[in-house]
Design a protein around this ligand. Sequence first.
Ligand code: HEM
Length: 156
Amino acid sequence: MPDREPLPLHATPPAVTRPAAPTGRTSSADSFHALVGGEPTFRRLVGRFYELVATDDLLRPMYPEEDLGPAEDRLRTFLEQYWGGPTTYSDQRGHPRLRMRHAPYPVSPGARDRWLQHMRTALDELHLAPLPHATLWDYLERAAHAMVNTFDEGAR
Ligand code: HEM
């Protein structure tokens, strides 16, 4: 069966960005990415998130590399691209196909909730204005629900 993505996880949201150049985009001034503070904001979000993952007994063992730095870069560049920032993620990794890329890892509802718990902490610590905060949270919550690929909580 072809990889199905129930959410347009690979697309930039049309309401807040210009039409995206396929690759090589640096950033656009009127993007959501710029509105929330650009790269430094995403670095803080994802940096804090991975600090919490590093101490998590359920999530940490799922990450194959000893160094979480490269995984942090992949998630950050993906999120920056999604919200209208530079296209670094796709320039380096190609099409996101996130459901497919998560297939090797057992993303159970428990793992999803843990992921969301850390993301929520990291997001809250950014102290964004209510609307961008809600916009980001809504997306992250839906995306995390879409990533669940097993209901077996024991699968590892
Ligand atoms: C729901 C719980 C989730 C779990 C347990 C999880 C776990 C993982 C793991 C173990 C990896 C492999 C580490 C790596 O090589 O980067 C990974 C990769 C990745 N995840 Fe997740 N993830 C979750 C949700 C999400 C969500 C919601 C997003 C996007 C909004 C996301 C974006 C990514 C990206 C961009 C990569 C790197 C893909 C690549 O280019 O190889 N993940 N995730």
